[in-house]
Design a protein around this ligand. Structure first.
Ligand SMILES: [Zn+2]
Length: 814
């Protein structure tokens, strides 16, 4: 059997370097006709470039290639092979004109086209990131061949069209755009459709926001807040950097089926439109939206004015945007608790990634090709990198930190740079980075720091695979007789004397250093009594991070965690994100806790629900938790009839309950379909798919499976929901899919690509099959030759989680 492979070649770093040495791109002129078909669009690209003369290649992923002309001479369209066309360039200036029909895609990449289930209207947006630009226009697709772009777009007459540069509708359905600043291919975008758009202005920058027509009400409700945050952040970035935003207008498009949280395209940022709330939401979600807005704005400087030369420096983009985004959110907006939220939402993402066998240094991830690099958009590049930059800021001082950044933006304006260029900028600004990079940036893995109560020491254990000499200075919170105090310690040797008279010790609750800080079991037991009384949100977040890290390393039992959760139900975890505490409790802890754990947690949730203020977001969060832990259909049916006083039934809550009823086998397909028909939307369609796949019968599981194999073609959100649904149900029903998964997973490249591939492989992974047999089977596939790198990476990470769950089960049998 031929090896399963992607239809396209992935750009190798060495190829990018050769092409960069040969070419300078002068300009792109791109004409798109989005009105000619629902499946495809016409794309004509004219590229002017200079060459030293010689053979190179163009990137192109068309549905049909009509013509290629290089310097007026026609090349054979038959030259196209796996996404590339070989070109023999002339010394000096060249002009290339390519006419092609391109596919609209439905996986959130290239030009994504979707029909809104709410009203049947079509929406298009571009996501060129990583390697998708050649499915929109012919290009030399690598970050360091920047050029200005001029777009000409034909679209249906009732559409609005946005691109990176400002544009005008010159006649009905025909749009002309100004020539942009030099852009990398990966951030070229177009957002087109009957979007509802609102406009304002701030400090000379035209601002706008847009969303699907069916989200008009949500957009109108939140536009003021979004604009206010945007203005506050622009002011703060201008104050900090002293370099003005250079891309003209700033449009923020909320778009459907978006894979990432958002994408920083200069002048035209795209966000997943779940960031506009059609149902009631919580502060956790709004903090996340505010810091995402700020994160994408930080990229306008770091990433867009100066762009990494190659994907190995993607951490510079993401760590910097993550750090500056949080910092500016705290400094300039009402969301002054963004760092605490980060502690709940992001810290474990980074720590878990850094403990996985797939860990890599923050800097220099060694990305050999573009597709492999996508897998490093992980907790290390975001969460750990941000933490390290925060430490660097503390070490250099803010003046030097900012002066170095400004030097970097000025020297490499509209160009590309590497990590070493930035380090040189910091050194020019007076910073001393000797030792820092070695200790924190170029070595993988965290030091483990634990409190040995019996020996009266703090122990530091560097990661065995990549040891480094690191010194950690951080605060420790100590409880004695119910009173908390904080002291600062420095840990720079394997053992540091530390013997407080304490009932509980919480290491580094405020994330002063990057390390794996694990609670000792005595502290966890003491915290059962103490946690309910802790009013400091930062300390509470720190407690949960200590506890989660200890559990991840089998130092405490699932029962220990449940005892803590029952004593103080973690509703500050107010959003339904897999990285947060409640989701983690349900996914990772409860399946190992045995006995009456779910019932105990449910009872604690109901107590919480009854004790928090009516109408508060805490109440909403507690109610969402109660739906999650409910096991009695009658209780859920009762809530569908009448929600607790202070909570209105909305689509989000309704579908949480319907999905739970489906999981319990207490609802029919017909009732689910009817509920969907009652309020069809993009969101409820995803919920419907999840609910249908959650039903405990063979038909439901077969359907979910057909989504994985690609037999049924759904959006990426629905694929995720189907994967989660597949594994819900009695063991005899789902068990056969464990072997089917491992037999089939190498071929997932035939059905899924890019983000969708990684998502599908993860969503369908049998994470509930905590046994040796499954782990052995996973290891076999990981070791098999020719396995796609994206698939291997996901399998390695998921198998590590499985092994860690098995370790807990072994250490603490129930
Ligand atoms: Zn980013």
């Amino acid at each position: 059997m031929p090896e399963a492979q992607s239809p396209y070649l992935s750009l190798q770093r060495s190829e990018a370097e050769e092409r960069r040495a040969l070419l300078d791109v002068l300009s792109y002129d791109v004409t798109l006709d989005l009105a000619s078909s629902e499946e495809t669009f016409e794309s004509t690209t004219s590229i002017r470039f200079t060459s030293h003369g010689g053979v190179t290649f163009l990137d192109l992923k068309p549905a049909a290639l009509h013509s290629i002309e290089l310097n007026g001479r026609a090349l054979s369209p038959g030259e196209l092979f796996r996404g590339r066309v070989s070109l023999d360039t002339a010394p000096g200036e060249n002009e290339l004109v390519v006419r092609a029909t391109m596919p609209f895609r439905n996986d959130g990449e290239g030009l994504h086209r979707t029909i809104d289930p709410a009203d049947g209207r079509p929406y298009v947006y571009g996501m060129s990131f990583m390697d998708a630009a050649p499915s929109v226009f012919a290009c030399f697709d690598q970050p360091d061949l920047k050029a200005p772009y001029t777009f000409h777009i034909t679209a249906p007459t009732d559409w609005s069209v946005e691109a990176n540069a400002p544009g005008t509708q010159v006649e009905p359905g025909r749009w002309e755009f100004e020539t942009s600043q030099p852009l990398s291919t990966y951030f070229v975008t177009v957002v087109a459709g009957p979007y509802h758009v609102l406009r304002t202005e701030h400090d000379g920058i035209p601002l706008s926001v847009g969303a699907r027509a069916s989200l008009t009400e949500a957009l109108e409700r939140d536009a003021d807040e979004i604009f206010t945050i945007t203005k506050q952040c622009f002011d703060e970035f201008h104050r900090l950097f002293g370099i003005r935003y250079p891309f003209g207008k700033y449009h923020q498009a909320f778009v459907p089926d978006f894979n990432a949280g958002a994408m920083e395209n200069p002048g035209c940022v795209t966000f997943r439109d779940q960031n506009l709330y059609t149902s009631r939401t919580t502060r956790g979600m709004r903090v996340w939206r505010a810091s995402t807005i700020a994160h994408e704005m930080a990229h306008q400087w770091f990433g867009n004015i100066v762009t990494p030369r190659w994907w190995d420096d993607l951490w510079l983009n993401e760590s910097f945007a993550e750090y500056m985004g949080k910092r500016v959110t705290v400094a300039a907006t009402d969301y002054t608790d963004a760092w605490t939220d980060d502690s709940y939402a992001r810290r474990q993402w980074g720590l878990v990634a850094d403990q996985s066998p797939s860990t890599h240094p923050v800097a220099g991830n060694g990305a050999v090709d573009a597709v492999a690099a996508l897998q490093d958009f992980d907790g290390i590049s975001y969460s750990k990198g941000s933490a390290i930059l925060r430490q660097l800021n503390a070490a250099l001082g803010d003046d030097v930190f900012l002066a170095g950044a400004i030097d970097h933006f000025t020297r490499h304006r509209f160009g590309n740079a590497t990590m070493h260029d930035l380090f040189e900028s910091w050194e020019r600004a007076g910073g001393d980075l000797s030792g820092f990079a070695d200790a924190w940036l170029t070595k993988a893995g965290p030091d483990a720091i634990t409190y040995d109560r019996a020996a009266g020491v703090l122990r530091r254990t560097p990661p065995a695979a990549s040891p480094a000499e690191r010194s950690h200075t951080f605060r420790v919170a100590v409880a004695k007789d119910g009173a908390w105090s904080t002291e600062t310690v420095t840990v720079s040797s394997p053992e540091t004397p530390f013997a407080p008279d304490a009932d509980a010790v919480v290491l580094d609750p405020y994330n002063d250093t990057w390390a794996l800080l694990m609670a000792d079991r005595d502290s966890v037991r003491a915290l059962v009594g103490l946690l309910p009384g802790i009013a400091d949100d930062g300390l509470r977040a720190g407690v949960w991070n200590n506890v989660r890290s200890a559990f991840h390393n089998a130092r405490i039992s699932a029962q220990d965690v449940v005892d803590l959760a029952v004593a103080s139900y973690p509703v500050e975890d107010s959003e339904d994100s897999p990285r947060r505490t409640i989701a983690w409790l349900h996914r990772d802890v409860l399946p190992l806790a045995g006995g009456e754990a779910v019932e105990r947690v449910h009872a604690a949730t109901l107590d919480k629900l009854a004790s928090v203020p009516r109408g508060s977001e805490e109440q909403l969060a507690a109610f969402r938790g109660a739906i999650r832990s409910a096991t009695e259909p009658a209780e859920l049916r009762g809530w569908l009839q009448a929600t607790p006083d202070g909570i209105d039934l909305d689509d989000d809550l309704r579908w949480r309950m319907l999905t739970k009823l489906a999981q319990l086998g207490a609802i029919t397909r017909e009732e689910l379909q009817a509920a969907y028909q009652d309020a069809p939307s993009a969101q409820t369609k995803v919920s419907l798919t999840g609910a249908l796949c959650s039903l405990p019968d063979a038909e439901a599981k077969a359907y979910a499976w057909s989504v994985f194999t690609g037999e049924v073609d759904l959006t990426n959100y629905e694929i995720d929901a189907a994967g989660a649904g597949l594994w819900r149900g009695p063991d005899e029903l789902v068990r056969p899919y464990v072997e089917r998964y491992f037999a089939q997973v190498p071929d997932a490249v035939r059905a899924h690509a890019g983000w969708g591939l990684a998502d599908a492989v993860e969503a369908f992974f049998p994470s509930g099959a905590v046994d040796e047999e499954t782990i052995a089977r996973a290891r076999d596939v990981i070791a098999s030759e020719g396995l796609d790198l994206t698939i291997r990476r996901v399998l390695v990470d998921q198998t590590d989680l499985l092994e860690r769950r098995l370790a807990v089960r072994r250490a603490f049998p129930v």
